[in-house]
Design a protein around this ligand. Structure first.
Ligand code: HEM
Length: 191
């Protein structure tokens, strides 16, 4: 089989580094965490992105690759955060979300799961707005086993996937598409 030696998780990190940096800067520059209204806009970005990928968490092929995938779903927490802040339900925005291709889907999930690492910082910012793990910032709460262990377990799944060269390229393209989607949402909501 035509597999690449570098673990998939490391390739995804290396090949999306610049897009992550840009996104991180956009959110910080928008000072989204300085006011409740800014934070609400950030939540709308999260709702649209997690709406795009929500079905992936219930996909049996992806669940077989990634143990505990179903429990990683965050859309319900984001919706509860929005309800805490009295933001009503909204029809999901039109999306160019992931296709049914599992390799592409792994790239999208990498972006969603990796964003939990940044969530530790954002949770502290949200606390300054009076928000918590039980009100308004539920989706930023750390996993029970701790963010580092939770992330390591996810990466083990990714790295065990043994993708072909072509599939690896599709996973990287999926991760970049996911970052591009979040960037577009941030530009629209926070720009
Ligand atoms: C202001 C907003 C953000 C900040 C401050 C931030 C910060 C961070 C930090 C500190 C890490 C950990 C780096 C490490 O331990 O190696 C990280 C990782 C990551 N973040 Fe963000 N982040 C932000 C937003 C986002 C968003 C919105 C997404 C995607 C939707 C995202 C996706 C990721 C990914 C995929 C990783 C994992 C990188 C890896 O492979 O190790 N981040 N982020």
């Amino acid at each position: 089989m035509d597999v690449i030696d570098t673990p998939l998780s490391a390739r995804l990190k290396n090949e999306t580094h610049a897009t992550h940096d840009k996104l991180d800067r956009s959110i910080m520059d928008a000072a989204a965490f300085n006011t409740l209204d800014g934070y609400r806009r950030f939540l709308r970005v999260q709702r649209a992105f997690h709406g795009d990928i929500d079905a992936l968490y219930a996909d049996p092929a992806l669940q077989a690759l990634l143990p505990g995938l179903a429990e990683r779903r965050r859309l319900p927490l984001i919706q509860a955060d929005l309800a805490d802040l009295e933001e009503g339900e909204r029809a999901p925005a039109a999306s160019a979300g992931p296709t049914a291709d599992p390799a592409t889907a792994l790239g999208w999930l990498y972006v969603a799961e990796g964003s939990n690492l940044g969530a530790a910082l954002l949770r502290k910012e949200a606390a300054r707005l009076g928000l918590s793990d039980t009100h308004g910032a539920r989706h930023l709460a750390p996993a029970e086993d701790g963010p580092a262990a939770h992330w390591r377990q996810f990466k083990e799944g990714l790295d065990g996937a043994l993708l072909t060269d072509a599939e690896t390229k599709r996973a990287i393209a999926g991760a970049n598409a996911a970052f591009a989607r979040v960037q577009a949402l941030v530009d629209a909501e926070l720009g």
